[in-house]
Write a protein that binds this ligand. Structure first.
Ligand code: F6P
Ligand code: MN
Length: 319
């Protein structure tokens, strides 16, 4: 069998600056380790809660904390990285380095799936750091279009890394020797779909437009859409986005009336923006219902965002 190209070889085929390239390799190595501790689960006593509450007021799992530590340590040891921000950390961590990159991340997305051995992932966004001075929190508050790279790792039946540093969105599968092997070089989201993803249990809290859109899908072939829809909900955004990058679909986590002052549940800097970059580069769309997620200028590190992303035709109808 011919050997599939590895991540380093693929990076050589892309237009990418040296700092981003180095940061991507640090992230990829950390994700191998996160995948390992996730896979060992109870064997290393890694399941269950850590006992803390994060800045999002969410109960932290042991693996949330462990994954955050693995990625943070790897990035702070990476010479190209000038600072980081994590879902699990209240504030940014910056070094005195000038130039290079900043990295924001959700170390273990969908961690409520851990207890049932369902997919979880890591989401990463890479931004330019300040030049000529150390970076501050304000330097992280850039619109998603400024991202130098975006990636996620999905710890599922296979461990995969999906990455974009240039125009292409490529997918790598972790082999038995710990190498990321290129298994798909240009992911493309089909324009049309018959599959949607939304947490239906929140239906009674949705805004009328979201209700009307989902009702139109549920009406199937006899309704206004004239076709039957299927529904999927992985409860880990990484899993839902991976499905959409693989076979199309639309994912919604809209505003809802449970917390009316909050735009949505998911976070802009390390969930919405990197996923929006990957989806747009693969030919799909990602909006907050009003504007492209990549155009939103963040005002706070842990700011929330409503999300509609996936197959272009469906996002136009839903958003
Ligand atoms: O990170 C938040 C998250 O776990 C996403 O990965 C996922 O899409 C969503 O929350 C699941 O939300 P719910 O609890 O409503 O199913
Ligand atoms: Mn998450």
């Amino acid at each position: 069998m011919t050997q599939l190209p590895d991540l380093t070889a693929w990076l050589s085929s892309q237009t990418v600056d040296p700092a981003t390239r180095e940061a991507v390799l640090c992230v990829a190595a950390a994700c191998v380790e996160i995948g390992r501790v996730v896979a060992l689960g109870a064997i290393e006593d890694n399941l269950g809660v850590a006992g803390g509450i994060n800045v999002q007021q969410e109960e932290q799992k042991k693996l949330d904390v462990l994954s955050n530590d693995i990625l943070s340590e790897a990035l702070l040891a990476c010479p190209a990285v000038a600072g980081l921000a994590s879902e699990e950390l209240d504030t940014v961590q910056v070094t005195d380095r000038t130039g290079g990159v900043l990295v924001t991340f959700d170390p273990l997305d969908g961690s409520s799936n851990l207890d049932i051995n369902a997919p979880v992932g890591t989401i990463v966004s890479i931004l330019p750091a300040a030049e000529g001075r150390a970076s501050t929190e304000a330097d992280f508050l850039r619109p998603g279009r400024h991202q130098l790279a975006a990636a996620y790792a999905l710890y599922g039946p296979q461990t995969v890394l999906v990455l974009s540093v240039d125009r292409d969105v490529a997918s790598f599968t972790l082999d038995a020797d710990g190498h990321w092997r290129l298994t798909q070089d240009r992911m493309v989201v089909p324009e049309q779909t018959r599959e949607f993803a939304i947490n239906m249990s929140n239906q009674r809290h949705w805004a009328p437009a979201v209700r009307a859109y989902i009702d139109s899908c549920l009406a199937g072939r006899d309704g206004p859409r004239g076709k039957d829809f299927n529904m999927r909900w992985v409860a880990a955004m990484v899993g839902d986005v991976h499905r959409i990058l693989t076979r199309g679909g639309v994912f919604l986590y809209p505003w809802d009336a449970r917390e009316p002052d909050r735009p949505g549940k998911l976070r802009l800097l390390y969930e919405g923006a990197p996923m929006a970059l990957l989806i747009e580069r693969a030919g799909g769309l990602a909006t907050d219902g009003k504007q492209p997620i990549l155009d939103i200028v963040p005002t706070a590190l842990h700011q929330r965002v409503a999300i509609v992303l996936g197959s272009a035709e469906e996002v136009r109808l839903a958003g």
